[in-house]
Design a protein around this ligand. Structure first.
Ligand code: OAD
Ligand code: ZN
Length: 284
């Protein structure tokens, strides 16, 4: 498998490579020090890019009403991922893990895409073919709901289930009918072999689905522009994808209201919420 080279990692994290650091006030559309309008620059880069990639995380769905994982109001403050979202927890107590995921399913089912998801879908329409991709760590399916088609779901999908015995992979709602009413029957069983099904998301201690990961590396390594939206970049291996892009000399743009450990190594860092910033970079 093609991993980013150590050299590229060293280069990316060296602060000397910062080109632009855009402060919070620039989200209101004011000009940068060099006089150029920031959003116009990003729009130009988008128009000129052969392949743009959006690497997205929980922050892009926050304004749809789905909590993020880290930070003060993050899910992992109230819920212990080791007990509720790890492979060992699932093997020990599948019903408990399923209760957590069916609670999240019910919450997510009520949520709609926000202007950030819609903006990305619009950009995919404009770029046509495979000129625009979404590599997402999110399991909520909101990119697809917003109309994006070129999506790699790195951490799976919360509305799917998988059998670790026979390999069955199916749509959780339709195939199994697991919803609030059927939650009492948790954990759900495989329609093929009767074994306990696993939520269709990547649990801690599990590897990413190989096909998706290989595809994501290929896409990230061949883009010339990567927008990194709403992710703390704390989780490996998804957080290696900006390095793959940088290996290909792609321009890196971060959209996040908070600074991340890689902010200062981005070519452009825009502090702002995804639903505020992304619609501004689309030409309608
Ligand atoms: P995190 O919760 O780690 O990070 C969310 C990021 O979103 C933070 O950097 C926030 O500053 C930012 N953010 C918050 N509100 C935002 C907004 N309105 N617009 C843009 N950004 C905003 O979530 P991820 O990085 O996605 O894994 O976490 C990665 C993985 O860790 C998840 O996929 C999940 C979790 O454990 C699995 O479930 C396997
Ligand atoms: Zn099975």
């Amino acid at each position: 498998m093609d991993y980013p080279s150590l050299l590229s990692i060293a280069v990316l994290v060296m602060p000397v490579f910062i080109k632009k650091y855009v402060c919070q006030k620039h989200t209101c559309g004011c000009s940068m020090a060099n006089g150029a309008d920031f959003f116009a620059q990003i729009r130009d880069m988008l128009a000129g890019s052969k392949r743009v990639v959006f690497l997205t995380g929980a922050g892009i769905s926050k304004e749809s009403g789905i909590p993020t994982f880290r930070g003060n109001d993050g899910l992992w403050k109230s819920y212990d991922p080791v007990k509720l979202a790890s492979l060992s927890a699932f093997l020990e107590n599948p019903s408990l893990v399923w209760e957590f995921y069916s609670y999240r399913q019910r919450l997510i089912r009520k949520c709609r895409p926000n202007p950030a998801h819609v903006a990305i879908s619009r950009i995919e329409d404009q770029k046509k073919g495979d000129g625009c991709w979404v590599l997402t760590q999110n399991v909520d399916g909101l990119h697809r709901c917003a109309g994006s088609k070129n999506i790699v779901e790195l951490h799976g999908n919360i509305f799917k289930a998988k059998c670790i015995q026979c390999g069955f992979y199916g749509d959780m709602d339709m195939d199994m009918g697991v919803d609030a009413a059927a939650a009492a029957a948790l954990p759900p069983k495989c329609p093929n072999c009767g074994s306990v099904l696993k939520p269709g998301v990547v649990l801690f201690e599990e590897a990413l689905p190989q096909k998706e990961w290989a595809k994501a590396i290929g896409i990230a390594s061949s883009c010339d522009l990567m927008l990194i939206v709403g992710t703390s970049l704390n989780v490996s291996p998804a957080n290696a994808l900006p390095f793959c892009a940088k290996d290909n000399k792609a321009v890196l743009v971060e959209v996040n209201p908070e600074e991340t450990w890689l902010s200062r190594s981005m070519d452009f860092t825009l502090k702002g919420s995804a639903a505020d910033v992304l619609p501004r970079i689309v030409t309608y």
